[in-house]
Design a protein around this ligand. Structure first.
Ligand code: KMH
Ligand code: ZN
Length: 278
């Protein structure tokens, strides 16, 4: 049955620190969260940074500093977000790769995103895919809608496999404007992966807000992996705010253990994803 890759997305670009004080926004808070999440069972960290006012930033200096700090403090695979915030320019999103992370996200199409639009033009996606391969960075292809799966099939057909040769995708479900966060949607995505993507493709799934649990259980049922974190979920249960990212990772690790697929360590995750040695 194998084991379960758990990715933690501790911060994101949308949650407001003033409303959610436990959100890690400084480098110290991010590093402390990363250490606790690794101990709880995470092997990958999906990183968005904030500035001194806790607003989302893609500042190159801060990104390099964060990559170095996370590598120093943990053995986690460091995955930088190239999605940023919906207001970020394409050029700034491409420059994220200059911070030389192990992995980076690559969203496979444009999607309505609450009241905003998360823009991912085809030419931009092709550019991101190519630059990641040139820089030996492993992509995590983010799929917010079923059409993104068809776009990924087209991308791989026309432009080849990513660095390392392994394809890993994440279903981001329950975004207002994207695919629903429920078990039947996870099934549709998992079927799509099996039918349309290269053999051996792995997937994780993320459910936004209250969809976190149905998506988690459905992904495990399909042999998938998990992504959790305060980027996506800030309530642990009804009227119970999340106390920290490690609380969400611990719950995911418990669910994975119950499914007889315990959380995998970072060394196994590196091998699975084709990420360079630490
Ligand atoms: N913040 C969203 C607009 C990613 O990190 O690649 C995009 C996002 C996806 O979070
Ligand atoms: Zn993100």
């Amino acid at each position: 049955m194998g084991s379960t890759l758990i990715t933690v997305a501790p911060t994101g670009a949308e949650v407001d620190k003033r409303e959610v004080p436990a959100l890690p926004v400084t480098l110290d808070e991010l590093t402390a969260a990363a250490v606790a999440c690794e101990a709880a069972g995470a092997s990958v960290i999906h990183v968005h940074l904030r500035d001194d006012e806790a607003r989302p930033t893609l500042d190159g200096g801060r990104l390099r500093e964060a990559v170095a700090a996370l590598r120093e403090a943990t053995g986690l695979i460091v995955q930088l977000s190239t999605g940023g915030a919906v207001t970020d320019a394409e050029e700034d999103r491409l420059k994220v790769l200059d911070a030389a992370p192990d992995m980076a996200s690559c969203t496979m199409g444009t999607v309505n995103f609450g009241d905003g639009v998360f823009m991912n033009r085809w030419e931009f996606v092709v550019e991101l895919h190519g630059r990641m391969r040139d820089a030996a960075i492993v992509p995590e292809y983010e799929l917010f809608d079923l059409g993104h799966l068809a776009s990924l099939e087209r991308l791989l057909d026309r432009h080849g496999l990513p660095y390392g040769g392994h394809v890993h995708v994440d279903f981001v479900l329950g975004v207002p404007g994207g695919a629903a966060g429920d078990a039947s949607t996870v099934t549709a995505f998992a079927e799509g992966v099996r039918r349309h993507l290269p053999e051996g493709t792995t997937f994780s799934a993320t459910g936004i807000g209250r969809t976190t649990l149905p998506v988690m259980f459905a992904s495990l049922a399909h042999g998938g992996h998990l992504r959790v974190g305060m980027e996506d979920t800030v309530s642990f249960a009804r009227r119970q705010p999340v106390t920290g990212n490690d609380q969400l990772v611990r719950r995911a690790a418990e669910a994975a253990a119950l499914a007889r697929r315990p959380a995998m360590g970072a060394a196994e995750a590196r091998k699975l994803l084709g990420v360079r040695a630490a």
